[in-house]
Ligand binder design. Structure first.
Ligand code: PSV
Ligand code: MN
Length: 432
């Protein structure tokens, strides 16, 4: 039996076996929400439209600088990565998009890849440049990214970085993408190593050259991060720097928020609100963290934070703030222990749950609490929603689109991993 047939069979069997239990759960939550004046149908309809992109680099086992433990059945090339995303999409009906990373996903046949994506029902989401690794080491040491890419004092490195990004945009266009995500490792490890203002000037100047080549309808996302691999200063270190760079480039430059890219205890939901206010929220890299850029499963450490972020999104959507541009939702996680597909399924589920919970907030109650300066009342409104078990809403959205009621158990039931492991063996997927 093909892997696709295995998945279809498992999904179908599960839909049959768990139908009665699911219907009872759905009726229960529908009654409960009606008491709060919330319409479950609106939530199910919204959930069924959410699309969460899968990062190509998260389909293999991740690692740290201390090592990487390859798992059986990792995708060996870009087509196998697309096949894994198509499998995920069959289960969830919420992940029909892949985010590529170049050169990890370099292809000599963009036309062929585009056709394979279309055949697999997968869209090419925002595409990422990589100027944090030299890849093939350049002949000229002044063109190396060792001391930075777009911010480097050496012209040769900056020119190489700009050329690379322009090439990534061209490839993305050929594949149907509509955005370039730029994360820079540029920065310093030692006070005085470079001029903060000089580095920012060079970054804006270089990225302007890339921005000038953006095709119609494209965005450029700037992704901030305070540290790693630079441990004294990063050029695009926080949302302020990111906004500043985006504003300097032009209206189609927007900021991308990676949940792991903040100093401990940062109020990420407020950062999101600020970017919405400025009309510059480009998108997300969802993950979770305990200490730094841990890239753990979304919602596995701080689910309340995820809920509060989603609440800002629901709020912004209601205010029409995303009329010009809706943020791109992407996962950016890494998994040393879990099966990569299972990790993506769990992250997706966590985002859908948090989004659904955010939609169950009694907005009138919250508005009254705010108007009355009643913080306890505001907390009640939020936590009443956060403590609501909305999983039946998420399942219903998936059920109506033909997906699995419970993606992880259907994935396990299908034997997909065993089947691809048999075919692919032990080969490390490209990525970090
Ligand atoms: C950097 O830590 C980052 O979050 C960027 O998005 C990169 O593209 C990705 O991770 C690489 O793994
Ligand atoms: Mn990221």
């Amino acid at each position: 039996m093909s892997e696709t047939a295995r998945l279809a069979d498992a999904i179908e069997r599960q839909r049959r076996d768990e139908a009665a239990a699911h219907e009872a759960d759905f009726a229960h939550i529908a009654t409960k929400l009606a008491r709060r004046g919330v319409d479950p149908e609106t939530i199910v309809a919204r959930l069924s439209k959410l699309r969460i992109a899968v990062p190509s680099w998260a389909l293999g086992a991740g690692g740290t600088r201390f090592g990487r433990f390859t798992q059986a059945g990792e995708p060996r090339d870009i087509n196998e990565k697309v096949a894994d995303v198509a499998a995920i999409e069959k289960l969830t009906r919420a992940n029909g998009e892949i985010s590529l990373h170049i050169p990890w996903d370099r292809t000599d046949d963009p036309k062929g890849l585009r056709a394979y994506l279309a055949e697999s029902g997968i869209v090419c989401g925002p595409i990422n440049s990589n100027t944090f690794q030299d890849g093939e080491r350049p002949n000229d040491p002044r063109a190396s990214y060792r001391f930075g890419s777009v911010s480097n004092v050496w012209d040769e490195a900056r020119a190489r970085a700009v050329d690379h990004m322009v090439g990534v945009v061209a490839l993305g266009k050929a594949l149907g993408s509509q955005a370039l995500t730029v994360w820079l490792s540029d920065g310093t490890n030692h006070p005085g190593q470079h001029s903060f203002r000089g580095a920012l000037d060079r970054t804006i100047d270089s990225l302007s050259k890339v921005y000038a080549t953006l095709p119609d309808g494209w965005s450029l996302y700037t992704e901030h991060k305070p540290f790693e691999p630079a441990f004294y200063s990063s050029v695009n270190f926080d949302w302020g720097a990111s906004l500043l760079i985006a504003r300097s480039l032009g209206p189609r430059a927007r900021c991308l928020v990676d949940l792991g890219h903040h100093l401990p205890n940062a109020n990420i939901e407020q950062i999101v609100a600020m970017l919405v206010h400025q009309g510059r929220l480009g998108g997300f890299h969802f993950n979770d963290s305990k200490y730094g850029d841990d890239d753990l499963t979304t919602g596995s450490i701080q689910p309340y934070q995820l809920f509060l972020i989603c609440r800002e999104l629901v709020d912004a959507e209601r205010d029409g703030a995303f009329a010009a541009h809706a943020p791109d939702l992407m996962i950016d996680a890494s998994h040393n222990f879990k099966d990569p597909i299972e990790d993506v399924l769990q992250s997706t589920e966590a985002i859908l749950i948090a989004y659904a919970q955010a939609m169950t907030v009694d907005a009138a109650k919250l508005d009254i609490a705010r108007a009355e300066n009643d913080p306890a009342g505001a907390q009640e409104a939020l936590q009443d929603a956060f403590r609501t078990d909305v999983r039946a809403l998420v399942r219903e959205a998936r059920r109506r689109k033909g997906g699995a009621l419970d993606p992880i158990s259907a994935f396990r039931l299908s034997g997909y991993r065993q089947a691809v492991a048999h075919k692919r063996g032990f080969q490390q997927a490209t990525g970090l």
